[in-house]
Design a protein around this ligand. Structure first.
Ligand SMILES: NC(=O)c1ccc[n+]([C@@H]2O[C@H](COP(=O)([O-])OP(=O)(O)OC[C@H]3O[C@@H](n4cnc5c(N)ncnc54)[C@H](OP(=O)(O)O)[C@@H]3O)[C@@H](O)[C@H]2O)c1
Length: 253
């Protein structure tokens, strides 16, 4: 399928029925929209995030829509230990018995400043959330994904993950790392498993992070998270079977 068609994709209502899908950073922005979209297509969504009140609100919205009952797993990715990632995997195994997809979406911006002045603690903070956490989570959840007949792992990249630009600091470095991590995992799993691994670049999207990065911009000029969901749905569902190792733009036309 051409990128344009993927970005016009509309799945059937039951596309993700019986699938269990973990969405990180599901309480806000793009993660919230993806969690709602996956649930609306029949998935049982595990809502991961940091702020419980936001996760509760998404939980309530999914219930109100009459979609499958979701679950909430709060975990601060800036401090999470190896044991906590393992415990999260055990919780999913015990509660659901299987896992069919992960959307690695949680992220922070950090500072926009020359490298010469970049604060090392901020660097570590951004790297932990944007790069270490997707690695740790994927590693902990791989045994379960391997049991799925058709699993999808989606990482979230950015234009500065394809080509880093001045002043984007740890954010750009972490997203370049995500592209590498995704390529590596796709390569390792190709031909030996039913897991496909891809990256999505959402493009400029009306969220808190975008407003933080571009405070002078008019948010009304941007796509809303709900507008960019076709690619998120396509890559998570069975119609993308066999697509792996790609890095795609959710707003490419
Ligand atoms: N918006 C854009 O234009 C754009 C463009 C390119 C790439 N992206 C990428 O798209 C993804 C989603 O971003 P967004 O724009 O939707 O931003 P957002 O609205 O700020 O959402 C980020 C999400 O990550 C969660 N998060 C942050 N730190 C966390 C931590 N320590 N532990 C657990 N969860 C944490 C947040 O939880 P809380 O709400 O609880 O803090 C929130 O749910 C990110 O990976 C971002 O880099 C966005």
């Amino acid at each position: 399928m051409e990128t344009q068609s993927m970005n016009d994709y509309q799945g059937t209502p039951g596309l993700l029925q019986d699938r269990v899908i973990l969405v990180t950073g599901a309480g806000d922005g793009i993660g919230r929209a993806a969690a709602m979209t996956y649930a609306a297509h029949g998935a049982t969504v595990i809502l991961h995030g940091r702020t419980l009140a936001k996760l509760d609100a998404v939980y309530d919205a999914i219930e109100k829509a009459g979609d499958p009952q979701p679950a909430i797993v709060p975990l601060d990715l800036s401090t999470a230990t190896a044991m906590e990632y393992q415990q999260l995997a055990e919780t999913i195994q015990n509660e659901f018995g299987h896992l069919d997809g992960i959307l690695h979406n949680a992220g922070v911006l950090g500072d926009i400043t020359p490298l010469e002045m970049y604060d090392p603690d901020t660097w570590d903070f951004v790297m932990k959330i944007n790069l270490r956490a997707p690695f740790m989570l994927t590693q902990a959840l791989l045994p379960m994904l391997k049991q799925s007949p058709d699993a999808s792992v989606i990482f979230t990249t950015s234009s500065v993950g394809r080509r880093a630009r001045a002043f984007w600091g740890a954010y750009a470095a972490s997203k370049c790392g995500i592209e590498g991590l995704s390529q590596m995992l796709a390569d390792e799993l190709m031909n030996t498993s039913n897991i496909r691994v891809n990256c999505i670049n959402p493009g400029a999207t009306r969220t808190r992070m975008r407003a933080e990065a571009y405070p002078g911009e008019n948010p009304a000029s941007l796509k809303a998270p709900e507008d960019i969901m076709p690619l998120y749905l396509y890559l998570m569902g069975p119609d993308s079977l066999g697509k792996t190792g790609l890095s795609l733009d959710a707003q490419a036309r």
